[in-house]
Ligand binder design. Structure first.
Ligand code: SAH
Length: 196
């Protein structure tokens, strides 16, 4: 499939940090995503106390929502500002600690222990650091990854999930010649080749 000029486009971590500083975060939604509500049963499979991963989490309100339902939420986000805003906007007390395996990274954890947000690049994570997950909510994540990094991202995600896990992926459909992204257009055929 043709993703046009998007193939070469790169958004640096520095640019993401700037977006947060400038409040240029149109991707953030105050309301929980309707597709998570719609497909919640698929994600949870009738099970409780799941470990759910939020790649490129921003300050997604769905993290609070799933934690309140009794699940354990782990996210990763490069912007420390985003992580701190998440906890303060939900009035959640948290503590902050270094991650021994990742130089410069910090882990922010709600005092109640059920929300852990890693402040680092997702590419620094591995299952030996964060364990494996029963569910993934991928909204604004694969579509925010630079097109050249998609393979690496997908391989990592496959590595981070348990055998019987559910992975909810939200993508956007539009003409990639009319918008440079992010969010990037990820053709269905590419999703199939990335995730099998
Ligand atoms: N999933 C969130 C945020 C989507 S925007 C939501 O639904 O609202 C993408 C987010 O990924 C931004 O907050 C950006 O700062 C973060 N990000 C970009 N590259 C990253 C990387 N390599 N590792 C971790 N976070 C990253």
């Amino acid at each position: 499939s043709d993703i046009g000029s998007q193939k070469e486009r790169v958004v640096t971590e520095e640019e993401w940090l700037q977006k947060w500083e400038m409040g240029n975060i149109g991707f953030h939604k105050e309301q929980g995503h309707p597709l998570l509500q719609k497909y919640l049963d698929v994600l949870l499979n009738g099970k409780s106390g799941l470990r759910i991963f939020f790649p490129l989490c921003g300050k997604a309100v769905e993290m609070k929502w799933l934690a309140d339902m009794g699940h354990n939420v782990v996210g990763v986000e490069v912007s420390e500002q985003a992580v701190k805003e998440f906890f303060s906007e939900h009035s959640l007390p948290y503590c902050e600690e270094p991650v021994p395996e990742i130089p410069g990274a910090k882990m922010f954890q709600s005092t109640s222990g059920n929300i852990s947000l890693y402040c680092c690049s997702i590419y620094d994570l591995s299952s030996s650091i964060v364990g494996k997950f029963d569910g993934v909510w991928d909204r604004g994540a694969l579509v925010a990854v630079n097109p050249r990094d998609r393979q690496r991202y997908a391989s990592l995600m496959i590595n981070l999930v348990e055998k019987n896990s559910s992975y909810l992926l939200v993508t956007v459909l539009y003409d990639p010649n009319k918008h440079k992204g992010p969010p990037f257009y990820v053709p269905e055929s590419e999703i199939k080749s990335l995730f099998g």
